[in-house]
Design a protein around this ligand. Structure first.
Ligand code: AHR
Length: 673
C-alpha cells in the first residue's frame, strides 16, 4: 500500500508513516468546530502531498486525515479516578457456575417440578435406592429440608448414592487438592462410611476419593479433601456420594472447592479474578441490577439472609430464572472488592420489584430503609456496632470503606411514580446517619437533589458512534453521572469486534467527560457459555467450568482503564472520518500522555498528532487491538484471536504521524520531557 510501510505483520501492526496521507474527503461529514487556519493549511499540505504521490489513483474509499492537536500544558478537567469499574449480579451463572468457585450445582437441594435438579441417583451392581427431598428435616432454620437417600440394598462393590455433575462439568487439574464439606445424618449411627469420589465421566475412573466415617443420627457438618494425581485436566467429571450399607442418609449443603484466589475459603475462581484484575477496576457495583429487585417484592435481595455460615443462608430465586443459594453473599462481595482493591458501590433495595410491584413510601417502606441502614453499618461499622460486630463474627473485623450507595435499580420502570418519595425517604434516613455518603438515584427525582444519577445504555455500535458526544454538553452544575450499565450489544455470547469498536468510541466520550461522569461499568460482566446457562446475549467475559476468555470488548476495557491519566488536557480534532474517535488524558505525575484512537471504519485513518509546545521523548508505546472485520470474535476454542499487541512508537516529536489501521482501537503512550 502506497504511503505506509508495515513494520510488523497484522496483529502487531506498527506503521511507519511515510507520506502521502490519504486525501481529504470526509471533512464535510464530520461534526465539530470549524478548522482554524493553521489546521486548514496543514490539511491542505497533506492533501496536496498525498495527491502528488498517488497521482490520479482512485482514493474514494480512504478517509480524510485527522489532525489531533493536544495542548499538554493546558489542563481543562480532572479525570475521575473511579471512572472504570465493574457491575455485577447473578445472571448467566455469574457467581454460581462462575466467579464463585463452588463446584457443586444446587448444593442446597432446591427442588422444583422436575425433582432435585443436578442430582442423579447412583445404583451400582445390585444395589437399590430411592432419592428425594425430605421437607421434614434439615440442618438449620434457613434450610429445614434436605436430600433423603433410602438404600434398601447395597454392599461393598455394589454401592448406592447420588452424584452431581457440577456446573456443566467439574474441572479437575492434576495434583490438586479439592476441599469439600457436607451436612449429614443417618437413621442409625456409624452404619458405615460415606464414600466421596471424583469420577471421570467418560472413563468411569475414580480420580480422587475420601471416606467420611462416623455419621451420626443428628445433623453435623463433615469435611473431606480429595487430591488428584497425574490426571489429564478435564471438566468431564462428577462428584459422587455413595454408601455400601442399607439405611437412610440425609444430606444438605454439599460443597467442593478448588484452590481459590488468595486461598479464601468459600472463595473465587483464580482465572476469572485475574481477568478482572487486569481491568484495573476502581469499584464494584453490586448486587444488581435486576437481581437486587427480584421479580416480586418477596424476592428482594435481603442481604441479612446472605451472610454467616452457608447453612444459615436460605437462598432465593434470581429474576434470571434460576435459584441462588447465596453462597456468594454480601461479605463475599466485599472481600472480592478487597482482593481487587475496588471500592464497593452498594446498591440497596428501594421497594420496587420487576413485576411492577412497589412498596408505598411511608411506614410500609420503613423496614427496607432500616435494612439499608443496617447494611451500611455491616459494611462500614466498627466492631462496637451491632452489624459491625456481626461482620467481625462472620470473619472480617476490619470495616470496609464506602463512598457510594445506590438507591434501587432502574426505577424509571416504576410507572406508579413512587420513586421520588421512596428516594427521598431513603436519602433523608441515610444522610442523617451517614452525611458523607454519596447517594445515587436511578432516575431523576425532584424531591431532593441526588449526588449522582445512574444512566444505562444498551445499544448497537452505530448508536454509540453517533452518541459518543452524549455528555459533551451536559450541565456541569447538575448531579454527577454514573453510567452504571452500558454495552454495545452485538455478538453472542460475548461481543464481537464491531461491538468493541462501539464500546471504545463510547469510552472516548466517557473519558472526555469524566469530570461529570464519575463512574462507568459495562454490563453484564460474566457469562457461563455452556448450553442453557446464559440469559443475556453479549457479555464481557465468557467461561465454562474449566476455561475462560476475554472478548474484544474486554480487551478494549483493559486498554482504556489501564492507560488513564488524572487530567484531561485541551485537545481538538480536525478532519477524520465519521467513525474516528479520540480521547487524551495525562498522568501528570509521570508526565505521560495517553492518546486513545478508535477507527471504526473499514479503511485506514491517517492521523497527525500535534503537540504544540511539548517536547516528547522520541519513542513511546503503542497498544493496538484490531481485527479483519466487525464479526471477528474470540471464543472458548480461539480465546486469543483478538488481543492487544504492544510495540514501540518511533519518531515521536512535537508532530507525530500515525496511521490507524482499519477497525482498530489503539492507545499511544507519549512521555513528555
Ligand atoms: O444487565 C442486565 C440487566 O439490564 C440488569 O439486571 C438491569 O439493571 C438492566 O435492565
Amino acid at each position: 500500500m502506497e504511503g505506509r510501510k508495515p513494520r510488523q505483520s497484522r496483529g502487531g501492526v506498527w506503521y511507519t508513516f511515510t507520506r502521502p496521507f490519504y486525501p481529504l474527503i470526509a471533512e464535510a461529514s464530520r461534526k465539530g468546530p470549524p478548522m482554524n487556519l493553521k489546521t486548514s493549511a496543514v490539511l491542505m499540505a497533506l492533501t496536496l502531498c498525498s495527491l502528488a504521490a498517488v497521482g490520479a489513483r482512485a482514493q474514494s474509499a480512504q478517509l480524510g486525515p485527522a489532525v489531533v492537536t493536544i495542548h499538554a500544558d493546558q489542563p481543562v478537567a480532572k479525570v475521575s479516578p473511579t471512572l472504570y469499574g465493574l457491575m455485577t449480579e447473578e445472571i448467566n451463572h455469574s457467581y454460581e457456575g462462575g466467579l464463585y468457585a463452588e463446584m457443586v450445582q444446587n448444593s442446597t437441594f432446591h427442588s422444583d417440578w422436575s425433582g432435585v435438579p443436578d442430582w442423579i441417583l447412583v445404583e451400582k451392581g445390585n444395589s437399590q435406592a430411592k432419592v428425594g427431598v425430605d421437607k421434614s428435616t434439615g440442618p438449620s432454620q434457613a434450610l429445614p429440608y434436605s436430600l433423603r437417600l433410602d438404600v434398601s440394598q447395597a454392599s461393598k462393590g455394589n454401592p448406592a448414592g447420588v452424584l452431581n455433575d457440577g456446573f456443566w462439568g467439574m474441572a479437575l487439574q492434576a495434583d490438586t487438592t479439592y476441599r469439600g464439606s457436607f451436612y449429614a445424618k443417618e437413621d442409625a449411627a456409624d452404619a458405615g462410611p460415606v464414600e466421596v469420589s471424583l469420577v471421570g465421566n467418560q472413563s468411569g475412573k475414580v480420580l480422587a476419593s475420601a471416606q467420611v466415617s462416623g455419621v451420626g443420627t443428628d445433623w453435623k457438618q463433615y469435611k473431606f479433601t480429595l487430591k488428584t494425581g497425574a490426571i489429564q485436566p478435564s471438566m468431564q467429571n462428577h462428584l459422587a456420594f455413595t454408601v455400601a450399607h442399607t439405611g437412610t442418609l440425609w444430606l444438605q449443603v454439599v460443597t467442593l472447592f478448588p484452590p481459590t484466589y488468595h486461598n479464601r475459603p468459600n472463595g473465587t475462581r483464580i482465572d476469572l479474578m485475574e481477568k478482572l484484575a487486569a481491568m484495573h477496576p476502581a469499584f464494584l457495583r453490586f448486587p444488581g441490577g435486576n437481581f437486587l429487585e427480584g421479580d416480586h417484592i418477596a424476592d428482594w435481595y435481603d442481604w441479612k439472609k446472605t451472610i454467616g455460615p452457608l447453612v444459615d443462608r436460605p437462598g432465593h430465586p434470581s429474576p434470571w430464572r434460576y435459584w441462588s443459594t447465596d453462597g456468594f453473599g454480601l461479605l463475599e462481595f466485599l472481600e472480592w472488592c478487597e482482593d481487587l482493591h475496588m471500592q464497593p458501590v452498594l446498591a440497596v433495595y428501594a421497594g420496587y420489584s420487576l413485576m411492577h410491584e412497589h412498596v408505598n413510601p411511608g411506614p410500609d417502606l420503613e423496614p427496607y430503609v432500616q435494612s439499608a441502614l443496617d447494611e451500611i453499618e455491616y459494611v462500614t461499622g466498627g466492631t462496637d456496632t451491632k452489624w459491625g460486630a456481626q461482620r467481625a463474627a462472620d470473619g472480617h473485623p476490619q470495616p470496609f470503606h464506602l463512598t457510594y450507595v445506590e438507591i434501587g435499580n432502574e426505577d424509571w420502570f416504576d410507572t406508579s411514580g413512587s420513586y421520588d418519595a421512596r428516594y427521598e425517604q431513603f436519602c433523608k434516613a441515610i444522610k442523617a446517619k451517614y452525611p458523607d455518603l454519596q447517594l445515587i438515584a436511578t432516575t431523576p427525582v425532584s424531591s431532593v437533589r441526588p449526588d449522582v444519577i445512574d444512566e444505562h445504555f444498551y445499544v448497537r455500535a452505530t448508536q454509540f458512534f453517533h452518541d459518543a458526544h452524549h455528555y459533551d454538553a451536559t450541565n456541569r452544575s447538575g448531579p454527577k453521572i454514573f453510567v452504571g450499565e452500558w454495552a454495545t450489544r452485538e455478538g453472542t455470547p460475548t461481543p464481537n469486534f464491531g461491538a468493541a469498536l462501539g464500546d471504545a468510541a463510547w469510552m472516548t466520550g466517557l473519558e472526555r467527560n469524566s469530570d461529570i461522569v464519575v463512574m462507568a461499568s459495562y454490563a453484564p460482566l460474566l457469562v457461563n457459555v455452556s448450553p442453557g446457562a446464559m440469559q443475556w446475549d453479549t457479555d464481557l467475559i465468557g467461561y465454562d467450568a474449566m476455561r475462560s476468555y476475554g472478548s474484544p470488548s474486554y480487551y478494549a476495557q483493559v486498554m482504556f482503564a489501564g492507560n488513564l491519566g488524572n487530567e484531561r488536557p485541551a485537545a481538538e480534532v480536525q478532519g477524520g472520518g465519521p467513525r474516528f474517535f479520540y480521547s487524551v488524558t495525562e498522568d501528570t505525575a509521570r508526565k505521560r500522555l495517553y492518546l486513545k484512537l478508535v477507527n471504526g471504519d473499514s479503511t485506514p485513518q491517517a492521523v497527525e498528532i500535534d503537540l504544540p509546545g511539548a517536547t516528547p521523548a522520541s519513542t513511546g508505546k503503542l497498544t493496538l487491538l484490531s481485527a479483519p472485520g466487525t464479526q471477528a470474535a474470540n471464543t472458548m476454542d480461539n480465546p486469543t484471536a483478538i488481543v492487544p499487541v504492544e510495540s514501540k512508537l518511533r519518531n515521536v516529536g512535537s508532530t507525530l504521524h500515525y496511521n490507524a489501521p482499519p477497525y482498530s482501537i489503539q492507545v499511544l503512550q507519549i512521555d513528555l520531557r
